[in-house]
Write a protein that binds this ligand. Structure first.
Ligand code: FES
Length: 343
């Protein structure tokens, strides 16, 4: 197999070099050599692995146009999980060297299940307590962890709703998917006190510093978890930006964490919350309709354009992205994380 050299250049000017085979994407080549670059979906759909290639040739595999719009691809931006070098390449990545890991062990720890309950018809809350002496939960709000099903070499990625802490606490909101392996485990085999293997954090979705610009968060279903983590962090740090959460679900039975959202709103004068139920019944007194339409209503005619954080199923994220573009929000002010279905 002919090999090419990949040189990764981080935001703080450090470099990491490794080999990449011609039919290998850059993320896989790094993993093969214990170099863990930022990734999330590994399917060309989320843009977590986006970089810029000033030097070298490559071929791009199939990617979502939201993750890598054609004009960016033209300029030389790449998604590393879908980038196949055909010569030596240099790639600039938008994060610092300390976000790259060089051993799977650095990121792994054991935890114990402390809470496991349905919070809606299709969402389970899973709380974990890290075990051992190190009780640090290192996390930039918006990142995710991989949770491994005990006794099976199967992991799934979930974003916690908590913030970084030194009490070893993690709180996940997990959608129950029909025939989903992790869903099946949660429904039938998980129990309080069980030990579970955790790896992470990973991903670059998270808050971006942009002065006093308002922050609008749009969450579909369990996309609420990383949004909660970010808003809770804003609360902890007493950040002054006005912020709004649009939380969308299909039916009233799917609403969860309404009390927590109300509690947060009561404690944060800068926060507004809209729970949007698409197929609402007569007794629903919150917003009725799709989160996309309700956001469009609120954005129309707004003077100051907010930063947008979108998180949820691809359909919702794509539709919301299109509305933001239609309203005139610059695409570099829209930060998104798609939850791709995984069985
Ligand atoms: S990890 Fe490459 S696009 Fe999601």
């Amino acid at each position: 197999m002919s090999m090419h050299q990949v040189k990764i250049i981080t935001q703080d000017g450090e470099t990491v070099c490794f080999d990449c085979g011609e039919d290998e994407d850059i993320i896989s080549a790094g993993l093969r050599q214990d170099i863990y670059l930022m990734t999330s979906c590994r399917e060309g759909g989320c843009a977590t692995c986006k970089g810029f290639c000033p030097e070298g040739d490559y071929e791009m595999g199939k990617v979502s146009v939201q993750a890598l719009p054609p004009e960016e691809e033209e300029e030389g931006y790449v998604l590393l999980c879908r980038c196949y070098p055909t010569s030596n390449v240099e790639i600039e990545v938008p994060y610092t060297y300390d976000r790259i890991s060089f051993s799977a062990d650095e990121l792994s720890f054991a935890a114990e299940i402390t809470a496991l309950r349905h919070v809606s018809c299709n969402v389970v809350e899973l709380c974990l307590q890290r075990t051992g002496d190190d009780q640090q939960i290192r996390l930039d709000s918006g990142q995710y962890y991989d949770l491994e099903i005990p006794g099976a070499a199967i992991s799934r990625s979930y974003s916690p709703a908590n913030t970084a802490n030194n009490q070893g606490k993690l709180e996940f909101l997990i959608r129950i998917v029909e025939n989903g392996k992790f869903s099946g485990y949660l429904e039938h085999d998980a129990f309080i006190g069980q030990s579970i293997h955790v790896k992470g954090p990973s991903g670059i979705f998270g808050l971006k510093e942009n002065g006093f610009t308002p922050r609008y968060f749009v969450a579909g279903g369990t996309g609420l978890a990383p949004v909660l983590s970010m808003v809770r962090r804003m609360h902890e740090w007493e950040e002054p930006q006005p912020c709004v959460i649009y939380f969308g679900v299909n039916t009233e039975e799917e609403v969860f964490y309404a009390d927590e959202l109300n509690r947060l709103k009561a404690e944060m004068p800068t926060l507004r919350v809209y729970i949007c139920v698409w197929k609402a019944g007569e007794n629903w007194h919150g917003e009725k309709g799709s989160v996309v339409d309700i956001l469009r209503r609120d954005l129309q005619g707004m003077g100051v354009k907010p930063d947008l954080y979108l998180c949820g199923p691809p359909g919702m994220v794509d539709a919301t992205y299109a509305v933001c573009a239609e309203i005139g929000i610059a695409k570099d002010k829209i930060y998104l994380e798609k939850f791709l279905p995984s069985l």
